[in-house]
Design a protein around this ligand. Structure first.
Ligand SMILES: [Zn+2]
Length: 85
């Protein structure tokens, strides 16, 4: 089973805005400008002023088995995958 990124998004902890990069080379910045996402689902990247990143954004990345099967996605982290329609 190959896991793919189905959502490349973060929420800024400074302004609270959720930003999402849906396609490659789609660069998004939050409204306060402190954090950014880039790369869409191909090569997800984050921009933030300094480590640790946890001080600046909440990770909202989601993984799934394949594009289009969002009803079987698992959220970020290493929680077990589950099957079943
Ligand atoms: Zn912000």
């Amino acid at each position: 089973m190959t896991k793919t990124v189905v959502r490349n998004a973060i929420q800024c902890k400074h302004c609270g805005e959720v930003i999402e990069s849906k396609v490659s080379h789609e660069f998004r910045k939050c409204s306060c400008g402190k954090v950014s996402v880039d790369g869409g689902l191909e090569y997800p990247r984050r921009g933030f002023p300094e480590h640790p990143a946890e001080n600046h954004y909440e990770e909202l990345m989601e993984y799934g088995e394949a594009q289009g099967s969002r009803n079987r996605r698992i959220t970020s982290g290493n929680g077990g995958a589950y099957c079943g329609e």
